[in-house]
Ligand binder design. Sequence first.
Ligand code: ATP
Length: 241
Amino acid sequence: TTTRTMLAIEGLTVGYAGAPVIDGMRLDVPHGAVVALLGANGAGKTTLLRTVSGLVRPRSGRISLDGQDLSGLSVEDRVRRGLAQVPEGRSVVSELTVEENLHLGALWKIPGRSARRAAVAEVYEAFEPLARRRRSMGHQLSGGERQMLALARALVARPRVLLLDEPSLGLAPRVVAQLFAILRDTAERTGLTVLLAEQNVTSALSIADRGVVLGLGEIVADAPAAEIAADPALRHAYLGF
Ligand code: ATP
């Protein structure tokens, strides 16, 4: 059986000033796959995610979502078509409760108050620690809970493709394991497609179907996660261990 491509990147070149950071990239992300996007610091992982979400305009190339060309679309239009990004760093609103933060995630994406309430109730099922903290203020949460809330808030609107930038940053290994388990479980239950940029290579590959390694503006490897994890030369050359 062939899997349909959810996110297709063709001939993508992106740069700021000077030499391109991403140079003629081609990448197919299958529907429902969890893809770990790996590479040394500065390899271009954040740039790629920001280009897909529409925050950075490419010099050339094409990105399509489920066969629809995204070129020229604003960030908001891309969100309406099913893209969601959880940015690096925490985007939780400190002065709102957990529940209010989740409603904010649904606000302009799900029409109707009762539909929004149902969507929030649904994420609580997957994110039990958040359900217990629903009345807590954003600023009262631990780093792990904040990252969990940022993820849950992105999922409330039921995106088709989720872009995550270093969700494990600053979190204890046990908390990373919990967060990634929820992510994996959500992908399996809902068919969500995930592009996960991570420096935490081992954790990312442990929940990913595929690993994509960036180096010098190009994809140097695109293979099943287990193969990437088992390749010492690749790890040594591009992943720093
Ligand atoms: P990190 O893990 O540090 O975030 P990364 O793989 O995500 O690394 P990028 O953040 O995409 O890499 O950066 C790739 C290159 O582009 C780096 O050389 C960086 O200095 C440069 N760069 C990133 N953002 C900008 C910007 N807004 N303006 C100019 N150069 C930038």
